[in-house]
Ligand binder design. Structure first.
Ligand code: GLN
Length: 554
């Protein structure tokens, strides 16, 4: 089958849920028997979001192949349940870097390098790589930002050209807009949508579908009006009413006939009848009132919840499997250092310390780990959260509060977390990170092995520092278990405490592999302990808890 392309642009304002819409559309098509991949084109000049502050950009989502990507890729993978790769996130920075490198090599034979055709050709080449590398039959391409932004022009021009490159029957354009509500008259306004479509047309793109996000119900007259003024078929105008439940977007778009309409326009027939049973159950479960468990998430970027979006989702997925509502309290670790916020930590049934970089708030997190260990409160440490759990324990075992990671104290005499010896020289030259999928061998009889019910798993990493093997024995004797190791035994991947209901830390980021209907086993095990502590003893019903080894492992 010739590859089909769905291009998504945004209009009026940003943050209307374009990423979730792209993800949901992917699900509609997958449910009809097609293989789907989603690509995000980000107009900023950074090469990837890896070095961007989470305050600016939210979470950095990591793929199997180690690509550090936009958090929308997390939505795509969670909704579609497919593994994406590095070509699925393209930035202006990458495109220019490639073109300039070619120019320096002399590949252009002295030609003048211009936005059109050189930059646009490179963008189109990268769009083409998605189908080639993922094998997807339908590729959804989302352009970041909104129409009218200076930065996104080359991307839009590339999309415009794609229609003649791949053919009308193989390309569809969807414009996602926002309908503002005027409180005084109680009206929804379509004018900004009309203007945005006009802007899109002025650069040569005619939308085939308009998805109009709104906080209020949209009646048929309004749909008619948008269809008329924007010259889109009536069936191509789809209101997307704001929902409290993220995953409901799929069902909303299905109800509005988006899946059938897209296939029809592509001249395709569904290979299977979509079965929404599992998805409907999921949404109903989310809406059902459930007993609450309280989790304190102790981090550094807590003002912006998007910075920990995968952790939040992983907790929610596990909560659904166990029939509990996870209520997250966001605690700033630097505040804990000043003695503030401890009431929240103390009232929580469980504690999560997520990943992070840099020394701000570190001591607050270490104090949190100490509290969790002494008070036997369930604790889940993710990457940095695992390293700090090790530091905290080692401080007590070695009777030395100077114990640290060399990330925070280069001259500590007890570097329990350190760079690996073979890493040191490279790190001095600017650093290198362990990124992407790595195997982890589980040690029988441990909490981690019991949770996974597997011997070998693959998990996604994003860190530079590691557990220092010089301290393995002394900490082991004092009660720490290494329940996950790299297959050669050199790297500690999971550590857990013996004498504790649940205190476990992972060097990797399990949150990236949690899916709504396939919660991550470690999050489930953690929440089981949390639920016990909260005194909830409802019978548990875990559907599937295994993490399927990814196809792109390598
Ligand atoms: N800063 C730590 C390291 O580089 C942990 C990173 C993380 O939590 N992702 O090893």
């Amino acid at each position: 089958m010739t590859t089909k392309y769905v291009f998504l642009t945004g209009g009026v304002v940003s943050s209307v849920g374009k990423g979730v819409t792209a993800a949901a559309i992917g699900r509609l098509l997958k449910e009809r028997g097609f293989s789907v991949a989603v690509q995000k084109l980000d107009p900023y000049i950074n090469v990837d979001p890896g070095t961007m502050s989470p305050y600016q950009h939210g979470e950095v989502y990591v793929l199997d192949d180690g690509a550090e990507t936009d958090l929308d890729l997390g939505h795509y993978e969670r909704f579609i349940d497919t593994s994406l790769n590095q070509v699925c996130n393209v930035t202006t920075g990458q495109v220019y870097a490639e073109v300039i490198a070619k120019e320096r090599r002399g590949d252009y034979l002295g030609g003048t390098i211009q936005v059109i055709p050189h930059i646009t050709n490179e963008i189109k080449r990268r769009i083409g790589l998605v189908a080639k590398t993922t094998g997807a039959e339908i590729v959804i391409v989302e352009v970041g930002g909104t129409v009218g932004d200076i930065e996104s022009l080359p991307f839009l021009e590339a999309l415009r050209q794609m229609r003649s490159d791949v053919g009308r029957q193989n390309s569809l354009y969807i414009h996602v807009t926002w309908l503002p509500h005027i409180g005084a008259t109680g009206e929804l306004k379509t004018k900004p949508t009309q203007h945005s479509v006009r802007e899109l047309r002025s650069i040569g793109i005619t939308p085939d579908m308009i998805i109009a996000r709104s906080d209020h119900p949209v009646d048929d007259d309004l749909r008619e009006k948008i269809a008329l003024f924007c010259d889109v078929e009536r069936r191509g105008v789809v209101p997307m009413i704001t929902s409290q439940v993220l995953y409901e977007v799929v069902l909303t778009l299905e109800k509005d006939g988006v899946g059938d309409y897209l296939l029809e326009r592509f001249g395709l027939k569904a290979r299977q009848k979509p079965d929404w049973g599992v998805w409907e159950h999921l949404v109903a479960e989310i809406q059902r009132p459930k007993p609450i468990v309280k989790i304190a998430l102790v981090g550094k970027y807590v003002e912006l919840h998007d910075a920990y979006i995968s952790v939040r989702e992983a907790l929610n997925h596990a909560g659904l499997a166990l029939g509990v509502e996870v209520e997250i309290s966001w605690v700033h670790s630097a505040e804990l250092e000043k003695g503030r916020g401890w009431d929240i930590v103390r009232s929580a049934d469980g504690i999560v310390v997520p990943g992070g970089f840099g020394s701000r708030g570190i001591e607050g997190k270490i104090q949190t780990a100490r509290y969790a260990r002494h008070e036997k409160v369930p604790y889940l440490g993710l990457c940095l959260g695992m390293q700090l759990m090790v530091i905290e324990f080692a401080r007590e075992v070695l009777q030395d509060e100077e114990v640290n990671s060399t990330e925070f104290d280069r001259s500590t005499h007890h570097p329990v977390i350190d760079l690996m010896p073979d890493q040191r020289d490279i790190a001095d030259m600017g650093g290198t990170m362990r990124l992407g999928l790595y195997p982890c061998q589980l040690q029988p009889g441990t909490r981690a092995a019991n949770a996974y019910q597997q011997d070998l798993v693959h998990e996604r990493h994003r860190h530079r520092f590691e557990f220092n093997n010089a301290y393995r024995q002394v900490l082991h004797k004092a009660g720490m278990r290494y329940s996950g190791l790299s297959p050669d035994g050199r790297l500690v991947e999971i550590a857990e405490m013996d004498d504790h209901p649940f205190m476990l830390g992972t060097q990797f980021h399990p949150e990236f592999l949690s899916r709504p209907n396939r919660p991550h086993p470690l999050f489930v095990a953690f929440l089981q302990a949390v639920r016990e502590r909260a005194g909830l003893i409802t019978p548990l019903e875990i559907k599937t808890v295994e993490v399927q080894p990814s196809k792109t492992a390598g």
